[in-house]
Design a protein around this ligand. Structure first.
Ligand code: GLN
Length: 487
């Protein structure tokens, strides 16, 4: 093995361009790494080894014919809620047993166009509802840094496979933190793009006004490259924005100065109960950015404290409507009944796991007549206040620095019997989904027990290039991203 699986997208695309390796070589190394480690990590639900090799051969031919795209020949893993024609799309739920996707999601079509290799499908919390991948009905995923700990969620498989070098990069989705939080827990980089930046066509909807697809990678530059491949307007998604895609990758240069930039520090983001090691690592990262030339300014996000309450009303309301389609008639599993209502009831009772049922019940309740004004309507009003906080803050700074999570990855089972405890951990990520702007997560240290800590860099709407620039400057002048878990 030439250890190609340990490299980044940008390193591999240089090697491919120089003729130092082929895409088939890369896929073979990645497959060997999966074979060696996935028994303990458990990231993959479906691995398409033969098909990946065939795609790699085709990519090598495209390169021989003169194509130079940066994703050409790079193997990526896909969160199991994105439709890939002819493949299962389980959302890690029993209710989608037997379903085969009849079409490609737009991001998948874009990846094919860019020449990326689709390796397989990775585990997640059922329908993306959760923060630890313990709500998965179809597999168990561990944190590669300590197999007794959770990988985060809901894109736990997407982060774990990248951290374990079982994929060069992956796609996840982020409704309330599901890209940034597992990236932080597994020591990866993850980007939640601005709402409307990436097409949601072919993404199994959880909460349509919050969902965005984004990359999980080993470096900031790799996220920029993958972003460039998946962003762009799509007439199939009515919320997709008509806007040119910046050359995210090329904009990241060797210049690591942050001179002239203002970075905001929100006092409300150092919440009660925050792990002191997380707080220290983030404060050290802030100092590091100051040393790179940035001016640090205090900003305030006074309504962020309501984000959990607002998020768990809006997200469950939208989920209850979106998941109504899984009724045993059109998709996946069916349990017959004496009449349609009986069939729906039996299918949904057997097909959905407990967390999904809890959310459907909560969402139906907050939308029901008599409660709609008190819960859903009020939540929408507070959502506007949360968005206004960000608008005000970005008048004073170019980007905001913050923690991603109150603690590093915890032990499996620690929060499974108390859903509220798990919900509360989303306090630092959900405000960004509610406001619709962008944020990334990248490694900024390690706790004394060896688990990674993440730094969140939050940007205004469509300011991905700003947060990528800050992240890249921080990363290139620190060494956290070079560490690897021992497997
Ligand atoms: N942890 C959050 C939840 O359980 C976020 C999930 C997500 O972003 N998909 O809803």
């Amino acid at each position: 093995m030439a250890d190609l699986h340990k490299l980044t997208i940008s390193e591999l695309s240089e090697k491919l361009a120089a003729g130092d390796c082929t895409s088939v070589d890369i896929v073979n190394d990645v497959l060997a790494s999966i074979e060696a480690n996935d028994g303990s990590v458990g990231a993959y639900l479906t691995l398409n080894a033969e098909d990946a090799l065939a795609q790699a051969e085709a990519a090598d031919e495209r390169r021989a014919a003169g194509e130079k795209l940066p994703m050409l020949g790079i193997p990526v893993a896909i969160k199991d809620l994105l439709n890939v024609k002819g493949q299962p799309c389980t959302c890690s739920s029993k209710i989608l047993e037997g379903y085969t996707a009849p079409y490609d999601a737009t991001v998948i079509a874009k990846l094919r166009e860019a020449g990326a290799i689709l390796l397989g499908r990775v585990n997640m919390d059922e329908f993306a509802m959760g923060s630890s991948t313990e709500n998965a009905a179809l597999g168990k995923t561990s944190n590669p840094w300590n197999l007794d700990h959770v990988p985060g969620g809901s894109s736990g498989g997407s982060a774990a496979c990248v951290a374990a070098d079982e994929a060069i990069a992956s796609l996840g989705s982020d409704t309330g933190g599901s890209i940034r939080q597992p990236a932080a827990f597994c020591g990866c980089v993850g980007v939640k793009p601005t709402y409307g930046r990436v097409s949601r066509f072919g993404l199994t909807a959880f909460a349509s006004s919050l969902d965005q697809i984004g990359p999980i990678t080993k470096t900031v530059k790799d996220s920029a490259i993958l972003m460039e491949a998946i962003c762009g307007h799509d007439p199939m998604d009515s919320s997709s924005i008509e806007m040119d895609v910046p050359a995210f990758g090329e904009k990241l240069t060797a210049d690591t100065s942050l001179a002239g930039m203002k970075l905001g520090l929100p006092k409300e983001y150092f919440v009660e109960g925050m792990d002191p090691e997380v707080e220290q690592s983030v404060r050290d990262a802030v100092e590091h950015c100051r040393n790179l030339g940035a001016e640090i300014v205090d900003v305030s996000l006074p309504n962020a404290k309501y984000a959990i309450a607002v998020y768990y009303i809006i997200a469950t309301a939208e989920a209850s409507a979106n998941l109504a389609r899984f009724d045993g008639i059109r998709y996946g599993r069916r349990i017959d009944g004496k009449d349609p209502a009986d069939l729906y009831g039996k299918t949904r009772s057997a097909g959905f796991g407990p967390e999904v049922k809890r959310r459907i019940i909560l969402g139906t309740y907050v939308l029901s007549s008599g409660y709609y004004d008190a819960y859903y309507k009020k939540a929408q009003k507070v959502r506007t206040l949360i968005r206004n906080d960000f608008t005000e803050a970005f008048k004073q700074c170019d980007a905001i620095l913050a923690p991603v999570t109150p603690t590093p990855a915890y032990k499996k089972g620690d929060k499974t019997d108390d859903p509220l405890k798990m919900y509360l951990d989303d306090i630092l990520t959900t405000p960004i989904n509610l406001a619709g702007n962008c944020a990334l997560s990248l490694p900024c240290g390690f706790a004394s027990n060896g688990l990674p800590i993440g730094l969140q860099i939050i940007g205004d709407a469509f300011q991905e290039d700003t947060i990528l620039k800050v992240g890249h400057a921080y990363e290139q002048t620190t060494e956290w991203h070079t560490r690897k878990p021992e497997l």
